[in-house]
Write a protein that binds this ligand. Sequence first.
Ligand code: PMP
Length: 385
Amino acid sequence: MMKTNKLVMIPGPTPVVRSIQDQMARETVAFGDAAFVKDFSEVVVDLKAMWRCDGETFVVAGSGTMGMEMALANITKRGDSILICSNGYFGDRFIDMCERKGLVVEVLSAEWGSSVTPEMVEKALSSKSFSAVTVTHVETSTGVEAPIAAIGEVMKKHPEALYIVDGVAASGGAEQYMDTMGIDALLTCSQKAFGVAPGLTMLWASRRAMERRAALGAIPESYVDFDKWLPVMHDPSKYWGTPAINLVWALKESIRIMKEEGLAERYARHERIAAAVASAMEAIGFKVAAERPFRASTLSVFFYPEGSGIEDAKFREILAEEGAQTAGCLGAFAGRGFRMGHMGNIDKHTLVSAVAAIERACVKCGHKIELGRAVGVLQEALVKE
Ligand code: PMP
């Protein structure tokens, strides 16, 4: 049998559609090129408007982790207290980062599969003053979506604390609005629900966040300093660090696709697809790891069916051979299931093929299922799309 093409079903990078790939394949121009400068400007203006940001928007070469550091660098200073709301591996990533920066760290942790709640945040903020709070919108290790709007309501009652949201596994797939949700710094990157290759960090900073940056004066960090990038974001013919030209073009195409679909419909589609994929997987005995009110629309962690005898590493290896590359679980969930992305510009072909590959991998691993069962459930949902 010839090799089957591997679909990238990990929770990012996600499948990159042809029109976005084409932008990455263009001949690279000088960063001062007038047409590129115009394109870059439009990207920044569009992102700012679409996420309803009253401050500034930054597009900088880097990954999601850099976005996390950029938010902290421009909002907090050594000695500040910070509250980290962690629902798993990526929430925890803020802990070391903040400690290295000399922040006084307090952590609210949820059980894996659950989320820190607005009540927990309220209690913490009422007992002590914090200069910032971090929340991971979609925790990629558990498939949990934090209630960022409800936490935002709590934050509004404690204006001394700025609200930092890690939107890496959510932005462009799950609803986020800077204004109504009261977010001060939202960071994300290109390779998840934007459906672009890895390499760009996007960060929205509210007017309040920009005021906090101004109040900090000179900061130790250089590459991620808002002050260094602001002139470039206002006029991309200016220079601070060389922009990732082809990725900026790719992002522009990604934004065009988002505008064509409409953000509200895009968010709703993600909800429908997540529910459809979960039903399909449940039909063949898998369990969604995230508790129901907190299930993410962009990615899922699926636990292997009890008593199936499926061996994790072997299953994912066979699944990859069958045509779907998924990711192993992390931390407390390691070995119990796999992580699968269903976000961005993912289409019906890809979803059906991925679930079909999962069915074949089940059978090949000795988990007796009726072939077509999960695909059938998925098809019932997709036919309504
Ligand atoms: N936050 C979350 C929620 C993530 O899922 C990831 C990456 N999977 C990161 C941060 C780090 O992003 P990157 O790997 O692009 O640095």
